[in-house]
Design a binder for this molecule. Structure first.
Ligand code: ADP
Ligand code: ZN
Ligand code: ZN
Length: 680
C-alpha cells in the first residue's frame, strides 16, 4: 500500500524545495494538486511521487484540489528544473492546468419520449420537437412546458470557447507531393520511435506540406501530434493550414487566448478530444497523451527560448518530450542551427515546390553609397511591384545628441541611449520600456540644436513614402501584425518595411524584391551566434522574394566578404554551416561545449561584481569566463560569469551548487542571481 505522497510546494521561495512527505489522501496520484499545511502557512503543492513509507511523522493534507497535472508533465517539469538550474516549483508552474476558469455550458433539449397518438400538441410544439436535440436558446420556456409533460429533457452541456484562427491567404487544396517531398515523408514515416530528424529544406520547398502529411499518418495510427511554431501573430499561415487540414481535432494554444479559451483548449487536449496541438513555445507543455510526432517549425527561431525562470529552450524540451513518448521529432528550417545539423539526422529538400529557382541575390557595397539606400537599391525599389525591406532597428533614429555640448540622451534606468519614436512623440528605452517626451532643448546646456543619428524603420517608412505606393511597417510597435501582413498581401503594389519580423515564414506569392538595408547590423553583436543570425536573416528574407519565379534580392553591407553574407548571397547553407561548425569547434562553442551564463544584479554598485566572483570561486575548476560587468539595466548594476564547459551535466550541477551556496549565504544577500543555460 502506498500511503505516502511526496510533494513539491508551489512557492516562489527559491530555498524551499521538496520533496516533502504527507499522508496520502484518497485518490491522490502523481500530478494531483493538494493544499498542505506547511509551518504556519497553507501551500498548494503537486504530488511528484508515491511512497510506501516515510521516516517522518506525516501531516494530513488539507484538501485535494480538482486540478491534475498529467504525470509525464510532472516528470518534464522536474527535469526542466534541473536542466535549467531552476526550482521544481517554477518548473511545475509551467505545466499546471489553467486555473480559476469554469466550463461554459449551454442548455440543450433532447427528446425524452415520442408523443403518443392523439396527444394534444400545437403546431409550434410539433415543430419544436422535430428540431431536437438542440440548444434551448429563446425557446426555453416552450421547451420547459414540454419537459413538464415528459416529452423533453433539458440538461447543460459543455461549449467550446473556440479561439479565432487568424487566416491570411486563401484556402488551398492539398497539392500532390513532389518526389523530394514524398521521399522526405517516407523517411519520417519510417523513423524509429524517438528518432530525431532535421528537415533542411530551402524556403518554399514545401516543408509544411510534409509536416501535414506526416501528421495525418500519425493521427491515422491513433497517436497525437504537436506542432511548435515561432510566434503565432507572425506566422498565422501555419496555424490556418493545420486547422484547415485537420479541423476540430486541432487545439491552438497561445498567449493571446482568453482564459476561457485556454481552459477549453487545454481540456480538449487532456481528454483526447483534440489530438493535434499547434502553438508557440509554451505549447510544448500541451497535456497530450501518446505523442507520435513532434514538429518544430523554423527551428532556428530565437523565440523558442523563454526568458523567464526557468529559461527553457522549447526545442530541447520538445526533444526531451518526444523521447519520453517514443515520438518522432522533426525540426524544420531553411537555415538550421549548426547545433541541429551536428546532432539530428538530416533530410533535404533542395528545390522549391513550385519549381521556381531561388531569386538572385546581389551584394551591394554600402561604403560607396551616399545615404541609407544605395542608388541601385533605390532603382530596384522604383521598379518593384511588391517589395520587402528589412532594417533591424526600430524607431526613427537611434540616438540624440546635443550639437553644442555633446550630451547624449540616455535611459535613467539603463546605461543605453534612448531611441526617438517620432510617430508617438517620445523617446523610448528598448530595454526597460522607459518613455519620455521629445526634448525641445538640451537638459545639460539649454541649446536647442539637437542632432538625430542613425535611421530606424519609422524614418525609412517615411522615406519610402516618396515611392508613391502604400508602405506598411511591421515591427514590435505594430499593433496587429496579421492585419498588416494581410493588407500588404492584398495590395497590388506595396512596400513592407520592418525589423526581422518581415523575414519570418510568410508565404507571399508575388513579392519581386527583397532588400536588406544593413546586413552588418546583426554581425556587429558581440555574440558567437552573430554569424548564424546574420546568415539566417539574409537567407530568410531572400526566401520571401521570387516565389512564382520573378524576383531579386539586394543585400546592402559595408563588409561584402563576411562569410555569413557571402554564403547567404550564394544560397549556400552547406558552405555556411561547414565553415561555422569548424569555427565553433576551433573556439569550442556549442555544440562543442555548453554555455551557462550567470548574471548577478543589485541596485548597489560593486555588489554584482563581488557576487559574480564568489560564484566563480565556487565553481570548483569548471572552466568559466569573467566576472565581467554588464551595462546597468532597469536600475540594477549587473555582472556576469559565463561557464564554457565540455561536459554538460557536471557543468549544470556545478553552477546550481555554486549559485545556491552564494545566494544562500549572508555575504551576498544584496545580490540577485539568474542562471541561463544555453543563452541566446
Ligand atoms: P516551406 O515551409 O518549405 O517554406 P511551404 O510549405 O510554405 O514551404 O510551401 C511553399 C508553397 O508551395 C506553398 O504555397 C505550398 O502550398 C506550395 N506547395 C507545397 N508543396 C507543393 C507541391 N507538392 N506542389 C505544388 N505546390 C506545393
Ligand atoms: Zn547641450
Ligand atoms: Zn531603460
Amino acid at each position: 500500500m502506498t500511503s505516502v505522497v511526496r510533494v513539491e510546494p508551489l512557492t516562489t521561495a527559491r530555498a524551499l524545495r521538496g520533496p516533502f512527505d504527507y499522508a496520502r489522501p484518497d485518490g491522490a496520484q502523481v500530478g494531483t494538486v493538494l493544499e498542505v499545511p506547511f509551518g504556519h502557512q497553507t501551500l498548494r503543492a503537486v504530488v511528484t511521487e508515491l511512497a510506501d513509507r516515510s521516516e517522518h511523522d506525516l501531516a494530513q493534507p488539507i484538501r485535494v484540489l480538482p486540478d491534475r497535472v498529467p504525470p509525464d508533465l510532472v516528470d518534464l517539469a522536474l527535469w526542466m528544473a534541473r536542466e535549467y538550474c531552476s526550482t521544481p516549483a517554477r518548473g511545475l508552474g509551467l505545466v499546471l492546468p489553467p486555473r480559476g476558469v469554469k466550463e461554459r455550458t449551454e442548455l440543450w433539449a433532447h427528446a425524452a419520449r415520442a408523443p403518443e397518438e392523439g396527444e394534444r400538441l400545437t403546431d409550434n410544439q410539433r415543430a419544436l420537437l422535430a428540431t431536437l436535440p438542440r440548444p434551448t436558446g429563446k425557446d426555453l420556456q416552450a421547451l420547459r412546458r414540454l419537459e413538464g409533460r415528459g416529452l423533453v429533457e433539458i440538461a447543460p452541456r459543455g461549449v467550446r470557447r473556440a479561439p479565432e484562427h487568424v487566416a491570411v491567404g486563401t484556402r488551398r487544396e492539398p497539392p500532390a507531393l513532389n518526389a523530394d517531398q514524398a521521399a522526405a515523408l517516407r523517411r519520417i514515416e519510417g523513423a524509429r520511435p524517438g528518432e530525431r530528424l532535421l528537415l533542411h529544406g530551402i524556403t518554399g520547398s514545401g516543408k509544411t506540406e510534409v509536416y501535414l502529411r506526416a501528421a495525418a499518418t500519425t493521427l491515422a495510427e491513433g497517436r497525437a501530434v504537436l506542432v511548435l511554431v515561432p510566434e503565432i501573430g507572425l506566422t498565422p499561415q501555419m496555424v490556418s493550414r493545420v486547422v484547415e487540414r485537420f479541423g476540430d481535432t486541432v487545439a491552438v494554444l497561445h498567449s493571446q487566448l482568453s482564459p476561457g479559451e485556454r481552459y477549453d483548449e487545454w481540456r480538449r487536449l487532456r481528454s483526447g478530444e483534440a489530438r493535434v496541438c499547434v502553438g508557440p513555445r509554451s505549447a510544448v507543455f500541451a497535456p497530450m497523451a501518446d505523442l507520435g510526432l513532434v514538429v518544430v517549425d523554423e527551428e532556428h527561431d530565437g523565440s523558442y527560448k523563454h526568458e523567464g525562470d526557468p529559461r527553457y529552450d522549447a526545442r530541447l524540451v520538445a526533444e526531451h518530450r518526444a523521447r519520453a513518448h517514443g515520438a518522432v521529432l522533426v525540426c524544420g528550417s531553411a537555415t538550421p542551427r549548426p547545433e541541429s545539423l551536428a546532432t539530428l539526422t538530416r533530410i533535404r529538400l533542395d528545390r522549391r515546390a513550385d519549381g521556381a529557382p531561388l531569386p538572385p541575390v546581389e551584394v551591394v557595397d554600402l561604403t560607396e553609397a551616399g545615404g541609407l539606400l544605395h542608388r541601385r537599391t533605390h532603382e530596384a525599389l522604383v521598379d518593384a511591384r511588391k517589395a520587402i525591406v528589412l532594417l533591424n532597428r526600430r524607431g526613427w533614429s537611434n540616438f540624440l545628441t546635443c550639437r553644442s555640448c555633446g550630451h547624449v540622451w540616455q535611459c535613467p534606468q539603463c546605461d543605453v541611449a534612448l531611441v526617438l519614436h517620432r510617430h508617438d512623440g517620445l523617446l523610448a528605452c528598448h530595454h526597460c520600456g522607459h518613455r519620455e517626451r521629445i526634448p525641445q532643448a538640451c537638459t545639460a546646456c539649454g541649446s536647442v540644436s539637437i542632432a538625430r543619428h542613425g535611421t530606424g524603420t519609422e524614418r525609412l517608412e517615411a522615406e519610402l513614402a516618396a515611392l508613391d505606393r502604400p508602405v506598411f511597417r511591421l515591427d514590435a510597435a505594430t499593433a496587429d501584425a496579421a492585419r498588416t501582413l494581410a493588407a500588404f498581401q492584398a495590395a497590388p503594389r506595396a512596400v513592407l518595411v520592418g525589423t526581422q519580423l518581415v523575414a519570418k515564414g510568410h508565404d507571399f506569392p508575388d513579392v519581386d524584391l527583397g532588400v536588406v538595408v544593413d546586413a552588418d547590423s546583426t554581425l556587429r553583436f558581440p555574440d558567437f551566434r552573430a554569424e548564424e543570425r546574420t546568415f539566417a536573416l539574409v537567407t530568410q528574407l531572400a526566401g520571401r522574394a521570387g516565389r512564382g519565379g520573378r524576383g531579386r534580392v539586394l543585400v546592402q553591407t559595408i563588409d561584402p566578404d563576411a562569410p555569413a553574407i557571402a554564403f547567404a548571397a550564394q544560397h549556400d547553407s552547406d558552405g555556411f554551416l561547414r565553415g561555422e561548425l569548424e569555427r565553433r569547434r576551433a573556439l569550442r562553442y556549442p555544440p562543442f561545449s555548453t554555455l551557462i551564463r550567470i548574471v548577478c544584479s543589485s541596485p548597489d554598485a560593486g555588489v554584482p561584481l563581488a557576487a559574480a566572483q564568489a560564484v566563480k570561486d565556487h565553481l570548483d575548476g569548471v572552466p568559466a569566463l569573467g566576472p565581467a560587468p554588464l551595462f546597468r539595466l532597469r536600475g540594477r548594476e549587473r555582472a556576469q560569469v559565463v561557464v564554457k564547459a565540455p561536459d554538460r551535466a557536471p557543468a549544470i550541477a556545478a553552477v546550481d551548487a555554486a549559485v545556491r551556496a552564494v545566494a544562500g549565504g549572508r555575504e551576498h544577500k544584496r545580490a540577485s542571481f539568474s542562471v541561463d543555460v544555453d543563452p541566446q
